[in-house]
Write a protein that binds this ligand. Structure first.
Ligand code: MTE
Ligand code: MO
Length: 387
């Protein structure tokens, strides 16, 4: 398996690694629309994009500690009740480059655009598990299964040529309200190759690493997935741990992502001649993991002495989307603050609060970790003095 059959990609993406292909859009492209177009959606891979020769013969295998093992065609999955869930997928490495400037971390560098929001369409994992004899809201199967593992068909260096895999606890997988999807659609179209054609998992509210693309097998198992990306990566260590004293087993695999927020500023809307004041517009995204929504977004133009509250832009609803305001909130909030006077040079600070009143850490120092995951420190927008 090589990189000779990679799909065509949007040339405006910023490429962070060519092989495997890892790329993100510009912050401007990202904040332009509520639903991220597929070509502008970040792409995170650990190997070549699989080539599926015959989609008509594709089967998803469900096996392990279940009463009724299954092998399901795509056609069959499409006949199950379809759910359309608008969810933001965010890589745990989003904003890694910023963390690395403080103290070097290991991993692909990412700016602040390793995330995107799509309307994912597919069958619910909990419905498919019910077909296999594992009913809703089950903690352990009759045969002793406690975890649901997703196995892909790609080839990763980290897995020594084996496929990418991950797992979630059985209770999470069997809870209908968790909205875990076996998705065959992204934004109303068939999934494209980069994003997991023909079928991927989407685990809303959880770091992107658990949303396995090119899904081939689901295994119900007594144990958590033992794959590299569950056991030797995507864990968060304290700042005191470095490569010489790391004990991977001492930490659990990352799941929910923490409250996050990032902003950007527009070209000045007003610039007074010979004065050092600018009037600008700000825009950004805020999101919270675990289905917790965003309560508010704060912005400061004076280093944190005083704060303004940003205005949230209306949330878009994708046609056919499962929509109920009582349900968990899996998608970001886009926000805006217009006509704000600033006196450059200045670091404008933006931060968010989620619905459980969680706040973001003030600086990278408090959360620095050797793999550079989950950088959700206050975002600072540097605005230089006008020439
Ligand atoms: N699934 C497979 N099979 N192989 C991968 O390399 N990368 C994961 C996840 N699923 C990956 C995968 C990671 S780390 C992230 S952040 C998301 O997919 C990225 O999804 P996207 O490329 O659709 O944006
Ligand atoms: Mo990721």
């Amino acid at each position: 398996k090589t990189y000779e059959e990679e799909p065509r990609r949007d040339p405006s993406l910023q490429i962070n690694s060519k092989e495997p292909f890892n790329a993100e859009p510009s912050p401007f492209a990202l904040s332009r629309s509520y639903i991220t177009p597929e070509d502008k959606f970040y792409k995170r891979n650990h190997g070549p994009i699989p080539v599926l020769m015959e989609p008509s013969t594709y089967h998803l295998v469900l096996t392990g500690l279940v009463e009724k093992p299954l092998s399901l065609s795509l056609e069959y999955l499409r006949q199950l009740p379809k759910h359309v869930v608008t969810a933001t997928l965010q890589c745990a490495g989003n904003r890694r480059t910023e963390m690395s400037t403080r103290r070097k971390v290991k991993g692909v560098g990412w700016g602040a655009a390793a995330l995107g929001t799509a309307a994912w369409g597919g069958a619910r994992l909990s419905d498919v598990l019910t077909l296999a004899g594992v009913p809703h809201c089950t903690r352990v199967t009759t045969l002793g299964g406690r975890h649901v593992e997703f196995v892909s068909c790609d080839v990763c260096k980290e897995e020594e040529g084996g496929p990418y895999k991950a797992s979630v606890p059985l209770l999470h997988a069997t809870t209908p309200e968790a909205d875990i999807l076996l998705a065959y659609e992204m934004n109303g179209k068939d999934l494209n190759r980069d994003h997991g054609f023909p079928l991927r998992v989407v685990v809303p509210g959880v770091i992107g690493a658990r949303s396995v693309k090119w899904l081939e097998t689901i295994t119900v198992s007594e144990f958590e997935c033992q794959g590299f990306f569950m056991q030797k990566d995507y864990k968060m260590f304290p700042p005191s741990i470095d490569w010489h004293n790391i004990d991977w087993q001492s930490r659990c695999p990352l799941m929910d992502f923490p409250v996050q927020n990032c902003g950007r500023w527009s070209v000045p809307v007003f610039k007074a001649p010979r004065l050092v004041v600018l009037q600008v517009n700000f825009r950004g995204y805020a999101l919270a993991g675990g289905g917790r929504g965003i309560e508010r977004v704060d912005l400061s133009v004076d280093g944190g002495k005083t704060w303004l509250e940003a205005v949230r832009l209306p949330r878009e609803h994708f046609p056919g989307e499962d929509h109920d305001p009582q349900r968990p909130n899996w998608a970001w909030v886009l926000w805006e603050l217009k006509y704000i006077k600033i006196f450059p040079p200045v670091d404008v600070i933006v931060k968010a609060v989620d619905s459980a009143s969680n706040v973001q850490p003030q600086s990278v120092d408090e959360i620095w970790n050797l793999r550079g995951v989950l950088n959700n420190s206050w975002h600072r927008i540097h605005i230089l003095a006008p020439p």
